[in-house]
Write a protein that binds this ligand. Structure first.
Ligand code: HEC
Length: 178
């Protein structure tokens, strides 16, 4: 029964739009009833001291941010800057920056039992954490404006702002690598 539940949960995670009513049908999780969405499920498990199940969505979002950041950088540093790529990457970073806060629900720190570099300061200083995410969104917005104007100088400045926003947040809210 438990294995069957695990399997189904993996299925749901691979296909997040799947009908959530299939989650762990017939398992003990049925007893945590009222689960309408996967997020709802995660949060309830989080509050119940269970495992946080959205860690991969969080990781994927940061990986996408990192990838778009690199793409913007190399497009801008090309002999003849590719402003269309810079603009598209900027929009992607801005969108993903807007998702950061929602990917850190209560109970998704180390206490979840998942491998995570998220520091407790995220939940101790939620306003500061949100401000750090907003800073990235604003910097990405500035990059988009500069790219649309084909202004390499302003775009380079905005890239610096973006780098500062990553570092600023990581310094305060992400565990340092040993
Ligand atoms: C608002 C805070 C915040 C901002 C802004 C931010 N990060 Fe992060 N980042 C984090 C936290 C917290 C983690 C650790 C998440 C975890 O381990 O659960 C992280 C993890 C990562 C990871 C590792 C993902 C993984 O698990 O494989 C990468 C890569 C990353 N960030 C890149 C960036 C880049 C590049 C930027 C800027 C363009 C950026 N981040 C901006 C907070 C932030």
């Amino acid at each position: 029964m438990e294995d069957n539940c695990q399997e189904q949960r993996h299925g749901i995670e691979d296909h997040p739009d799947d009908n959530p009513s299939r989650i762990c049908a017939g398992s003990r999780h049925d007893r945590l009833q009222g689960l309408r969405t996967r997020r709802d499920h995660d949060e309830r498990l989080g509050r119940a001291g269970g495992r946080f199940r959205d860690d991969r969505a969080r990781e994927a979002n940061f990986k996408a941010i990192g990838k778009a950041n690199k793409a913007a950088k190399s497009a801008l540093e090309a002999a003849s800057p590719d402003f269309a790529t810079v603009a598209a990457s900027a929009t992607s970073i801005q969108t993903d920056a807007g998702k950061i806060v929602g990917l850190f629900p209560d109970g998704s720190g180390k206490e979840s039992g998942e491998k995570t570099e998220a520091l407790p300061t995220i939940w101790q200083k939620p306003a500061e954490f949100k401000a750090a995410a907003d800073k990235l969104a604003t910097a990405a917005g500035n990059l988009k404006v500069a790219a649309d104007a084909k202004d390499a100088k302003a775009a380079t400045l905005a890239m610096g702002e973006i780098g500062g926003a990553c570092k600023g947040c990581h310094d305060t809210f992400r565990e340092k690598k040993q």
